[in-house]
Design a protein around this ligand. Structure first.
Ligand code: FES
Ligand SMILES: [Fe+2]
Length: 383
């Protein structure tokens, strides 16, 4: 049996961009390759949840599936966000589903009741259970960090801090003042392709003249040098890119943007699969979460500065932004599914890459860095 993680299988993908091949088809279809990606890439890393402003007021909660199981994010009485394993301390039932508001968390099985801080407040008919101390049976906390209004969780207690992986991303994206934004709409999709297809697609503009011929037209991007596990593509355009071709920005630019940020749009990818697209008047995220080797959950959120959302014409104007996003995202999701179907052709040899696919090459090589078997460390000769 072939060892899928033998580095020798990937010599073509490892060559420099202009000589490189694409990843082999099985990287997009194989359950075994997928399982390795989950273990080495997704499970240990921080999981994106959404925006703090989506959780308004005491008791607002959102549940989320991580690769280490279900998690609850809830706003406590003191206004801070908490995260817990979404699993009852009695016999393990999942406590909450979806999103909503609660004053306490009551298990649907035997009504154990937990406070918003996770403390066990009530456990019926436990008085005869010996040495049962309520204080030892609160919800299991999960690490939570926020960055400029974005919320992340990590069930791995030993994980390095959120920003430690993303190098200079905070410096490059800081000027967008995400902390002054609100999420005005969120959409989720479940699409039939591997997570890397949508992730790669989100970082190359090579396809725009074909897939978005009518909606966006051909875009021209330049690769940005980044430090850390993230990547960026800059597309120069003096008006917002969040509207269809040729429309001027009807909404004000974000306050005090530096000249570079005023002159175009940053499409970024926080590895493995969280995109922040940042243009002059707004930002939107795309989060791609694998759901098996050939399915991906896509979550998209659209954020504008609070002051923009307060404008009397906002609800009317933003419809044009929604129309653009709905069109382009449907086109991108659709082409991902088309690519997945073709990728199943057995015996298909790897393809070659254009110089415009710098980011596809970079992501593929980063994935290989994570999942391939590593050569045994050289032994140091004893003195
Ligand atoms: S499993 Fe939750 S109260 Fe029994
Ligand atoms: Fe696209």
């Amino acid at each position: 049996m072939t060892n899928l993680f033998d580095p020798a299988l990937y010599a073509g993908a490892r060559r420099p961009l202009t000589e490189a091949e694409t990843l082999p088809s099985w990287c997009y279809t194989s359950a075994e390759f997928h399982q390795r990606e989950i273990e080495r890439i997704f499970r240990p890393r921080w999981r994106f949840v959404g925006r703090e402003d989506e959780l308004q007021g005491e008791g607002a909660y959102r549940t989320i599936e991580t690769f280490a199981g279900p998690v609850i994010v809830v706003r406590k009485r003191d206004g801070a966000l908490n995260a817990f394993l979404n699993s009852c301390r009695h016999r393990g039932a999942q406590l909450l589903e979806g999103e909503g508001n609660c004053t306490s968390i009551v298990c649907p099985y035997h009504s154990w009741k937990f406070g918003l801080d996770g403390a066990l407040l009530g456990a019926p008919a436990m008085e005869k259970s010996k040495n049962f101390d309520r204080n030892e049976h609160g919800l299991v906390p999960v690490r939570l960090e926020t960055w400029r209004g974005f919320v992340f969780v990590n069930p791995n207690r030993d994980a390095a801090p959120l920003l430690s992986a993303w190098g200079d991303m905070p410096e490059v994206l800081g000027p967008y003042r995400f902390e002054e934004m609100v999420c005005v709409r969120r959409i989720e999709f479940d699409i039939a392709c591997n997570w890397k297809m949508v992730t790669e697609n989100a970082m190359e503009e090579y396809h725009t003249g074909t897939v978005h011929r009518v909606s966006l037209g051909q875009q021209q991007g330049e690769a940005v040098d980044t430090r850390g596990e993230w990547d960026a593509l800059f597309i120069e355009q003096a008006t917002t890119i969040a509207l269809m071709t040729g429309e001027a920005s009807p909404l004000p630019f974000i306050t005090d943007l530096p000249a570079k940020h005023r002159s175009g749009t940053y499409f970024t990818m926080m590895y493995p699969s969280l995109q922040f697209a940042c243009t002059q008047d707004c930002m939107w995220w795309l989060d791609f979460q694998p759901n098996g080797p050939e399915r991906t959950k896509v979550s998209v959120g659209f954020c504008f500065p609070r002051s923009t959302v307060a404008r009397p014409d906002f609800q009317q104007v933003v419809q044009r932004y929604y129309a653009r996003w709905e069109t382009s995202i449907a086109e991108d999701n659709g082409i991902g599914e088309v690519q997945q179907r073709g990728m199943r052709a057995s015996g298909r040899p790897p393809g070659r890459l254009s110089w415009k696919e710098h980011h596809v090459h970079k992501l593929g090589n980063w994935v290989l860095d994570q999942v391939l078997d590593r050569p045994a460390p050289a032994r140091v000769a004893a003195e």
